[in-house]
Design a protein around this ligand. Structure first.
Ligand code: RIB
Length: 292
């Protein structure tokens, strides 16, 4: 099986249970607080590992981030390219409301101090496999270009979305782009799901685009340009944090096993339905055996 290298963020997630998201000028009591492991990169690596894929994580923590490296290692992720620097570990302040929706405030910290030497090491490791990225680390543009020069396929989850990045990033160099409705609309400049997929296909013909639609499921364009919709699995929503990360990890685990895109997306949909039914980020990601 081909391997996958995830060059991505590692965050300490500070999670607060709230009745509603705090409003400007408001001071709000939270009903619960916990610290857990997160970061879109770490979550996606853990989802890959729990799905059974061989995965290496490359990224950076500060002196306060050992728990993140240990958690990855315990999940079976190769952490030999997780480095430690002097900048504090990235963190997220996450409010989870009564409906299980979240609002996330990020501090990039060490995630934004990745050096060119560290990028080159991740690319060396990804030779012959796939490189998976999210938009929570620095130098994404450089990674795209270097990977393309070396013929390494890149999968990019454009989250969090940034309009300035959308103008500058050479998305045409990608092999896979995974976006939700809001990110997709930001890149494509249109809002309807089919219109998003059609616009992205026309702008980036070499790139396979996967569109996640939250409660409406997910979609992609088949080889004839018809939109294929995958419905969601019913789930009782407790916390949607890392549902997208679970979807991506399981999607690529399925693709690495040789599944067709639709089959891999079905697997990913089942896994993310479990994730939303329990609290936390990395903690809520299911093991493959739980999908039976
Ligand atoms: O996708 C969820 C993740 O986004 C959280 O774990 C948080 O750290 C942010 O990166």
């Amino acid at each position: 099986m081909k391997k996958i290298v995830c060059l991505g963020s590692l965050n300490l997630d500070h999670v607060y249970q709230v009745d509603h998201f705090v409003r400007p000028g408001e001071t709000l009591n939270s009903a619960g607080y916990s610290v857990g492991c997160g970061g879109k990169g770490l979550n996606q690596s853990i989802a890959l590992a729990r799905a059974g894929a061989p995965v290496m994580h490359a990224g950076k923590i500060g002196h306060d981030g050992a728990m993140l490296r240990d958690t990855l290692m315990r999940a079976g992720v190769d952490v030999s390219l997780v480095t430690e620097g002097n900048t504090p570990t990235g963190h997220a302040v996450i409010q989870v409301d009564a409906k299980g929706e979240n609002a996330i405030l990020l501090f990039g910290g060490a995630n934004r101090e990745i050096t060119e030497v560290e990028i080159d090491s991740a690319l060396d490791a990804a030779e012959g496999g796939i490189l998976l990225l999210q938009n929570e680390i620095n130098s994404i543009d450089l990674v795209f270009r270097k990977a393309h020069e070396r013929g390494i396929p890149v999968a990019f989850n454009f989250a969090p979305f940034d309009p300035e990045d959308a103008k500058q990033l050479p998305l045409g160099l990608l092999s896979y782009l995974i976006v939700n409705e809001i990110e997709g609309a930001g890149v494509a400049g249109v809002e309807d799901p089919k219109a998003i997929l059609v616009a992205l296909k026309s702008n980036y013909p070499e790139c396979r685009v996967i569109l996640t639609l939250g409660k409406a499921g997910s979609a992609f364009l088949d080889d004839d340009g018809a939109m294929v919709m995958l419905p969601p699995y019913p789930a009782e929503v407790v916390d949607t944090t890392s549902a997208g990360d679970t979807f991506i990890g399981y999607l690529f685990a399925g693709l690495l096993e040789g599944m067709a895109l639709k089959e891999a997306m079905e697997l990913a949909t089942r896994a993310s339905a479990i994730t939303v039914s329990r609290p936390g980020a990395a903690d809520s990601i299911p093991f493959r055996s739980e999908l039976a």
